[in-house]
Design a protein. Structure first.
Length: 394
């Protein structure tokens, strides 16, 4: 059975006292990940239980009082620690109260590992931040190295972005990258070989599962929600302008902000902020947006054409590069640079490294970036293009 890279980190975390909270979009494998850990603990003869709040009896009992947990697991022993997995914690009326109560009273004997389908619920339903009591683990669709692993080519992973990629691996990695760029990396989809079935899975993800986020967030117009996602899919890598979107759909800024807030918190789209040193000359307000999964981005853009034939291949490739950075760095460490005179650099990483992204190396004109090089001599400028993206050290 394939394992997500997060499995090892969570396995090591099982000995820690704090609550492990796994968040991410639906259908990326949070439940599978917890079940794998649960089965491993059982094999080690450890005391462990798996509970899903899809079960209404469990959910109703936990809503009544946190102590109802012990109606579903044996009373805890002072001499034996129990690991309790709880799936879909957001279904509780007051999840933070439940978690806080169990942690504060039983932290020495009960380890909680819980999942939630988006960070939307943490903001809306968690009345307590659980500061000092939890550690958050984010699980998205597969990173590109995980994608390679799921396709049973794990021997190549150590060389990706190592700076020394053997030529024997390059053509196969390029082929896998084409597939990743077109259909994305939801686990079920990655293991599917039929192109038709891949598209059907993306349709199901885009309709059924995103619809659940829409319903849970009390959005009044699902149709408008999907229309905004379609618009954003064709504006990937662009500045995120709420005013412009509100004018396009003739809706208030408040409505657009609510809808896009849900998209961000449900991990459908991400945003990065501008890097600046001069408050007057450099644009610093509007973020840039990217899709967290390229398959969903292409579904909403209704475009599954081969990369070489696409008019948007530059934007799609830049979104791929963003995803590579986001799997390695926190979003706060990923920025872009843009001045009022239209000088631009695609990515600034931790204020230390700069990356300009072009689909083809021939599109890069070094002279165009001299202003940045002179202004920030301590930040090295690198070029990422389709032929070096798996070789360059990110």
């Amino acid at each position: 059975m394939h394992q997500r890279f997060l499995y090892k980190e969570l396995k090591e975390n099982l000995n820690k006292k704090h609550i492990a909270l796994i968040i991410g979009p639906r259908q990326v494998g949070k439940t599978t990940l917890m079940l794998q850990l649960y089965k491993w603990l059982k094999q080690q003869s450890k005391k462990t239980f798996f509970l899903s709040l899809e079960d209404k009896d469990i959910k109703n009992a936990f809503n009544e009082h946190p102590e109802q947990l012990f109606n579903f697991i044996p009373p805890n022993s002072e001499h034996e620690r129990t690991v309790v997995f709880i799936d879909e914690i957001q279904y509780l009326e007051d999840p933070s109260n439940f978690l806080k109560y169990i942690f504060d009273k039983y932290q020495s004997t009960i380890k909680l590992v819980v999942s939630g389908s988006s960070s939307f619920y943490i903001d809306k339903k968690f009345k307590d931040s659980l500061a000092g009591r939890k550690r958050v683990f984010k699980l998205l669709s597969l990173s590109f190295p995980e994608f390679v692993s799921f396709r049973n080519r794990g021997e190549m992973i150590a060389y990706i972005n190592s700076g020394s990629l053997p030529k024997i691996y390059k053509s196969e990695l390029d082929k896998l990258m084409h597939e990743y760029l077109l259909y994305g990396s939801y686990p079920e989809l990655v293991l599917e070989t039929s192109i038709k079935n891949k598209k059907d899975i993306l349709k199901e993800l885009a309709t059924s599962y995103i619809k659940k986020d829409i319903i849970d967030s009390n959005i009044k117009s699902p149709e408008l929600y999907y229309q905004i996602l379609q618009l954003l899919s064709n504006q990937t890598t662009s500045l995120f302008n709420t005013n412009s979107i509100s004018k396009t759909f003739k809706k208030s800024n408040q409505t657009i902000e609510l809808y896009t807030y849900t998209m961000f918190k449900s991990f459908q789209i991400s945003k990065i902020t501008p890097f600046y040193s001069n408050f007057n000359k450099e644009i610093r307000k509007m973020p840039k947006i990217y899709f967290t999964d390229l398959g969903l981005r292409n579904y909403f853009a209704q475009n599954f054409e081969p990369i070489a034939l696409r008019k948007d291949k530059g934007e799609l490739f830049e979104n791929f590069v963003y995803r590579r950075f986001s799997d390695k760095y926190e979003d706060l460490d990923i920025q872009f640079w843009l001045t009022q005179k239209k000088h631009e650099i695609d990515f600034i990483i931790k204020k230390q490294k700069a990356f300009e992204v072009k689909f083809s190396e021939k599109q890069f004109n070094k002279e165009k970036y001299q202003y940045f090089v002179k202004k920030y001599p301590n930040i090295k400028l690198n070029l990422i293009h389709f032929n070096n993206v798996n070789e360059i050290i990110l």
